[in-house]
Design a protein. Structure first.
Lengths: 344, 344
DNA sequence: TTGTACGCGTTATCAT
DNA sequence: ATGATAACGCGTACAA
């Protein structure tokens, strides 16, 4: 009873309701909405009025079912808290929005099994395309994805064998390059601190270690990692570990991301260790703070927004049958040398 | 032709396909999926095998249409880049996931008009509930929301007249309290820097100014704002503005968020201004870095994750007909005094 | 416990 | 340019 007082408790208007109000057939209403050019101006006006007065909102489920077009792009990222994905998502949302696609976003918590479950959930929404992070899917997940027969873009890293399309860069090469650059600035004893250790962080570490190994500079005691999620606090802890492992001799550290690097920097300040004269620090991802902190932080800049944009564009191109120029894109990166590493 | 080579290009399996393969009726398959307890073990096994071998994934559009249950919660936030929403979203996703709800997330770019459009888009997906930021909706948006007849939670700030449910805190009171605390630490000339200036930032500013006004300490020249999006770089610029507007006399600044505060801190360091002895700084939102930076940053801590959790919980309670204990929750905040403000 | 018939709201197809 | 009819894939209601 009480609930019946507002007419808002009456059922949502349907195409048929609008059609009745406008004295036309349902399909005409549908056309006004989806192919306005195929309807005469007179009917268009009548229908539009009925739509407005009824507050009609199309039922996308019915539309999807009838047209097998959901207008949804599924997106899988490993973590909602990791700021790195903010920019990527922004790029995806921007392009998707422009193309009138909705984004269904899920968080896999860095777990391939959870990813598999989430992909199943996404696929049940009949997405027209998927964007998924990295290449670490379960077999079953890969199978679902390929059976879905929709465009799939794997992002964040370049893959040897993408499921379909791919936008990213080589974390291995980036790590390798960082080692080389740090050596060039005169570092002698290099360490690495890494948290979370997902496949991409591992690649950075592998590249870094390979470069050192090739030059006979690798001391694996100075490679300190933890599966814990990355944080500033952790950066401080890991810094202490490396310093003590090196007996105080480490003079350059590659931090697997800028959180860790900032933590290491703050901790250095507290320990009265001069950066960069006593200790060089290099981060990864180039957060905004890295450029402004004192001393400013050398970091690996990655065009994350552009990566999101590119991924979404490749999908739209594909969906609109414009064949995308490339099915695999290396978006690159740039090591930005700042005050936390010595001038060469 | 080429496209026909993989059987993956054949159509997605349906309930009927599974039913045929398992030699049962469609409804039985549906029951295995949704009410497994109502099916005999034998049939359950047969059906499950058919499901697995066909790689059947339910069509949520059809399900939504038939049951008018979409399993979707719509979420509106004003910005994907603003880190503040990460934690809130994490809370929402966690609780929603546990309740087997999917989240459809949209970004309104701080524009009520875009919000209205996005809400329309969300509603077309027949969400079972909505979470929306703040109370600054257009009339038309409010109407749609109430006509949708679903639980709606407005988050991030406490509202006088919520559309439905509400979780947040008083930004006005927080700003007021900051002024009081800064005065208590011995500041004489207080300024404010604010960016973006959405309604919540305005509330913080209003509260701050009111406290100063009441104590005859308000110098409106020292209230410096810009509609530009907040950033660390901007914090530095705004700091300079306030300092010059005050003729160098400002000795305490409330920054509308931690980005700005960090920018102000970094700039102070470059200008050789001692924090807090010459200048006290207080931020807002208490990012992780604020606790570790040197000097550590006084800031207003807000339980964002908890806010997201609470909002989602209120919705689940409502959807499961457990009447929620409260329809409006003040999640509170805490001013965390650190090194960037003097000890009292 | 299992099945049949029908409807959910929309669009595709084919007519007019 | 407009309309009638039949899907789309699933769940509800009821029947057996």
């Amino acid at each position: 009873m009480a609930g019946r007082t507002r007419n808002s408790s009456s059922k949502r208007a349907t195409l048929a309701d609008v059609a009745r109000a406008a004295n036309v057939s349902a399909i005409t209403v549908s056309r006004v909405l989806n192919h306005p050019d195929k309807v005469s101006d007179e009917l268009k006006n009548r229908v539009q009025q009925a739509i407005d007065s009824l507050g009609y909102i199309p039922n996308q489920s019915a539309s999807s079912l009838a047209s097998s077009k959901s207008g949804v792009i599924g997106v899988c990222i490993p973590s909602l808290s990791n700021v790195v994905f903010n920019d990527v998502l922004r790029g995806i949302y921007q392009v998707a929005g422009e193309g009138n696609y909705k984004v269904l976003l899920v968080d896999t918590h860095y777990s391939p099994l959870e990813e598999e479950k989430m992909v199943r959930t996404l696929l049940s929404q009949s997405p027209e395309a998927m964007i998924i992070t990295g290449g670490d899917q379960t077999r079953s997940c890969e199978r679902m994805l390929s059976q879905a027969n929709i465009p799939v873009v794997q992002i964040m890293e370049t893959l040897e064998q993408p499921l379909d399309m791919n936008v990213g860069f080589s974390h291995y090469q980036a790590g390798y390059d960082v080692a080389v650059r740090l050596l060039e600035t005169g570092c002698h004893t290099l360490g690495f601190i890494g948290a979370r250790m997902d496949t991409r962080v591992q690649q950075r570490m592998n590249g870094f270690m390979a470069a050192l190994q090739e030059r006979d500079r690798l001391d694996s005691k100075l490679i300190v990692t933890t599966p814990q999620p990355s944080s500033i606090a952790l950066g401080g802890e890991l810094l202490r570990s490396v310093i003590s492992a090196s007996g105080g001799k480490v003079d350059g550290i590659f931090c697997c991301n800028d959180d860790l690097a900032m933590g290491a920097l703050f901790e250095s300040q507290r320990m009265n260790i001069q950066v960069p004269s006593q200790l060089a620090l290099c981060g990864f991802n180039d957060f905004e703070a890295s450029a402004y902190i004192n001393p400013s932080l050398t970091s690996v800049h990655v065009p994350r927004f552009e990566m999101g944009v590119k991924a979404a564009q490749m999908i739209l191109d594909q969906l609109q049958e414009r064949v995308p120029a490339n099915r695999q894109v290396d978006i690159g990166y740039e090591i930005v040398m700042r005050q936390s590493t010595a001038v060469v």
